[in-house]
Design a protein around this ligand. Structure first.
Ligand code: GTP
Ligand code: MG
Length: 195
């Protein structure tokens, strides 16, 4: 898909702000700093539609982006960021759970894992949650430009094993720097819509 139109709809800090619309929602989930907002920018050919930061915890609201009048992309706040107060963490947790639990518009959750990192307990929990509701989870290994080519297979295998991926799942290597994986991911998103 060659996106020429993408707009921010709302940054929602609570459930009552989730927008009403009739587009399928594609959700990007993963640890703080894994590259969710950067991935959205890459997919929609924009530099800074979604705000990014080298400081983890940038996205603290659930942000909705309308893409080519066909999809609503949903940028979730990252989990596993330790440097915030317990109260704040609980607030995000509630917001994310509140979204994931009963969002009718939700079509697909894409799980992002940093290619350099071990799969964590939160990643595993998110994978299990997604696979409970959707057959064939899409996992994106981000920041592929950060590791040597000779290390790629080893790291991909670690993610596969760490999450317990099955044949039905997809694992795509991605980089917001080189745009590697962009077309492949779009194909999967679009194909999914037809099913
Ligand atoms: P939160 O909003 O905190 O949950 O983070 P996020 O998952 O939205 O991550 P974000 O897109 O803000 O990226 C975090 C940092 O990683 C930024 O400094 C990005 O520039 C960097 N980054 C993201 N993707 C890539 C990538 O593919 N390659 C490289 N080298 N850096 C990346
Ligand atoms: Mg973000």
């Amino acid at each position: 898909m060659n996106v020429t139109k993408a707009e921010m709809i709302i940054t929602a800090g609570n459930k009552s702000q989730f927008p009403e619309h009739d587009l399928p929602e594609i959700v990007f989930a993963g640890k703080s700093n894994v590259g969710k907002s950067s991935l959205i920018n890459t997919l929609v050919n924009r530099k800074a539609l979604a705000r990014t930061s080298s400081q983890p915890g940038k996205t603290q609201t659930i942000n909705f982006y309308k893409v080519q009048d066909q999809f609503m992309f949903v940028d979730l706040p990252g989990y596993g960021y330790a440097k915030v107060s317990k109260t704040e963490r609980e607030k995000w947790g509630k917001l994310i759970d509140g979204y994931l639990q009963d969002r009718q518009e939700l079509q697909k959750v894409i799980l992002l894992i940093d290619i350099r990192h071990e799969v964590g307990a939160n990643d595993k929990m998110m994978y299990e949650w997604i696979s409970h509701y959707h057959k064939g989870v899409i996992v994106v290994a981000t920041k592929m430009d950060k590791i040597k080519r000779s290390q790629v297979q080893k790291h991909l295998s670690m993610i596969k094993k760490g999450l317990g991926l099955t044949q039905a799942d997809s694992l795509i290597g991605f980089s917001a720097e080189t745009k590697q994986g962009k077309e492949e991911l779009w194909e999967i998103i679009e194909k999914n819509q037809l099913e």
